[in-house]
Design a protein. Structure first.
Length: 411
């Protein structure tokens, strides 16, 4: 396969429909090994997997969702963050620094690559820059000014949001806030899925019986006592039983009888498949009427600038896909998948022609990105890659502290 050059990427951004990456995956344990999909609450049920029938190669096939579009986006962003931290990649980032907050230092910095809603996340909304609420600063207001007809403000401040999508639904404009659709979508599904069952049991090596009465300790709700005279009292003045059961099982002692879970017992699949699509048509819907230096562009300068900006965004999307593969497919406990073949990047044209295939390993993807960034800067779309550092507003820091206190009291 040919490598993907900057010239070919630039022409694809102008003329073609999409890049596609289809990765065939198998459980690390081999055929028949059980996988555990994500679980969702639905219809009053405790947990449900997302089973659905799909048409594949003319057949109706049972499938199960192994990783959603939103989850895949977050994994790709974390892969980009790892590359930034390693010095392999330079991107504009906004970060909230908790390192100087008493009792919250371990949080460190949270970047727009780590926050679920990117720059529109409440973490940034409720932080300050030089003592001002972030959304009241020039940088914060730029999110309100951004739209598909003028994507430059977001390109400058949080370009990956133009790839993975963003909706400023909790900002000053509410539901009318800036909204950009995803142009990079990826998901992982299990093909030929069959539901399994999960068993659970526990043999207590101390032989403690479950029916021993246990009470909340008088001095601490976290502690437990056996003597009712040392127990906390309920509203009626009676010794307060520990937890819902009020017995030894409530404090994680005693046997657990064998049980079978048929709703969240994992699945087996014929194979799994990741499908990632980067829409070049979607990128062409983004307009850049001004460059990152504030110059309004007209004529040939506008055309060349827009092509350069879109090409850089396309390179960023391809880097995200490549780096996520490098990070691996350990989706959660008992859900490790491994590819069955090297990665292939397919380019789909707008006329139904045969896909063109390219090789783009991580090192080549990073190099392509750097070339695209240099070309974009020459066209007036350079980036300031020094992170913009915010600090949590006092009320945000206090909210985190109070939440932790409540969690500790409830444990």
């Amino acid at each position: 396969m040919n490598p993907l050059s900057l010239d070919r990427l630039r022409s694809a951004v102008q003329e073609d429909a999409a890049f596609r990456v289809i990765t065939h995956l198998r459980p690390a344990g081999g055929d028949g090994d059980k996988l555990f999909p994500p679980t969702y609450a639905a219809d009053g049920a405790r947990t449900l997997y997302v089973f659905e029938e799909r048409r594949i190669n003319g057949d109706t096939v049972s499938t199960v969702l192994l990783d959603s579009v939103a989850s895949q986006a977050n994994r790709m962003e974390l892969a980009l963050q790892e590359a930034v931290d390693a010095g392999e990649l330079q991107l504009p980032l906004v970060q909230v620094d908790f390192s100087h907050e008493p009792d919250l230092e371990e949080i460190g910095r949270i970047s727009t690559l780590e926050a679920p809603h990117r720059l529109a996340d409440a973490i940034f909304r409720d932080s300050v820059l030089n003592g001002l609420p972030f959304r009241a600063t020039d940088a914060g207001r730029s999110l309100e000014l951004a739209s598909p007809r003028n994507a430059t403000p977001l390109f400058q401040l949080c370009p990956h949001a133009l790839i993975f999508g963003i909706w400023d639904s909790t900002g000053p404009k509410g539901g009318l806030g800036s909204k950009f659709q995803r142009v990079l979508c990826s998901e992982i599904v299990g093909i030929g899925a069959a539901a399994g069952k999960k068993t659970a049991s526990r043999i207590d090596p101390l032989g403690i019986q479950a029916n021993v009465d246990v009470y909340h300790a008088k001095e601490s709700k976290k502690g437990w006592v056996l003597d009712p005279d040392q127990a906390a009292r309920d509203k009626k003045g009676q010794p307060e039983k520990y937890g819902k059961e009020g017995n030894a099982s409530a404090i994680n002692h005693s046997n657990i009888p064998p049980s079978i879970d048929s709703k969240a017992g994992g699945v087996t699949v014929d194979h799994a498949r990741q499908t990632a699509v980067l829409s070049l048509v979607g990128l062409r819907q983004l307009q850049f009427p001004v460059d990152t230096r504030g110059n309004r562009l007209e004529g040939a300068a506008r055309r060349s600038g827009q092509i350069a900006a879109r090409t850089l965004l396309a390179a960023l999307g391809l880097v995200a896909v490549s780096l996520q593969r490098r990070s691996g497919f350990h989706l959660r406990s008992r859900a490790l998948l491994v590819p069955t073949a090297p990665q292939v990047i397919e380019l789909l044209d707008c006329d139904g022609g045969a896909p063109q295939e390219f090789a783009l390993p991580p090192a080549a993807a990073l190099d392509l990105f750097r070339q695209a960034a240099t070309a974009a800067a020459e066209a007036g779309f350079g980036w300031n890659t020094e992170p913009l550092i915010l600090h949590p507003a006092p009320k945000l820091a206090e909210l985190v502290r109070r939440s932790r206190s409540l969690a500790a009291a409830a444990s």
